[in-house]
Design a protein around this ligand. Structure first.
Ligand SMILES: [Zn+2]
Length: 220
């Protein structure tokens, strides 16, 4: 413990500034040490401490901590304020076996950080590490209610004129829903051009689908 404090709680340690880009808290309040222990123990600090009480060195702790920090700073070459305090230990465990192109990652971070539709900038890093699939992490801004209502009214009027369903996917199907007119509350807004492919949450990119079809299209 004395050795660990000398490493992680020593405010003279030249690395502290680098660590602080990723870790919340301060060295003299033991918060960096706590994070280091949390990472190496995968969240079981007490178990780790009792198992390692008799150890004469802190090599494992130091090595693991450096691996996490080196990995983050290699994959993400720019440091954004939103990186501070993320679960880097978990992200390291989940993703460090994959290879990333830091130049592309840097460009992707900048693009997403500048995108007004991304509500959670803290989610950008995990989103990119996971291969840009889980848009939930970004809390992408969805269609405003007036846009949904206007789209619903337009679609429903056109559908009634043609005697087909106001869900465009039901309309091209072959079951009883082919001519079903859904209520507004039975439908949800969908991006015609997927948000992840550059489609915006604007009226011209909105279509209302029945809830079943909207879910089937997945989270985009
Ligand atoms: Zn449908």
């Amino acid at each position: 413990m004395t050795l660990a404090k000398a490493e992680f709680s020593n405010t003279q340690n030249a690395n502290i500034q680098k660590w602080s880009a990723y870790i919340k808290g301060s060295a003299n309040r033991q918060e960096i040490l706590e994070r280091a222990l949390d990472w190496v123990s995968k969240g079981d600090i007490d178990g780790y401490m009792s198992a390692h009480r008799k150890h004469k060195n802190i090599n494992e702790l130091k090595t693991y901590f450096s691996s996490v920090i080196d990995w983050v700073s290699t994959v993400f070459t720019d440091t954004l304020p939103e990186m501070k305090g993320l679960e880097w230990g978990r992200l390291y465990e989940e993703h460090h076996g994959k290879s990333y192109d830091p130049t592309k990652m840097s460009a992707d971070v900048k693009r997403l950080a500048a995108d007004d539709y991304v509500k959670s900038r803290r989610g950008i890093f995990e989103y990119l590490l996971g291969g840009s699939l889980d848009t939930k992490l970004l809390e992408v801004r969805v269609f405003e209610t007036p846009v949904k209502r206007a789209t619903y009214a337009r679609q429903t009027q056109a559908a009634e004129g043609k005697g087909e369903s106001n869900c465009p996917l039901c309309a091209i199907g072959h079951d009883a829903n082919k001519s079903r007119i859904y209520k507004f509350t039975e439908m949800d807004a969908d991006h015609v051009s997927a948000w992840s492919k550059g489609g915006k949450s604007l009226a011209e990119n909105c279509q209302m689908l029945c809830i079943t079809h909207n879910r089937a299209k997945g989270n985009r």
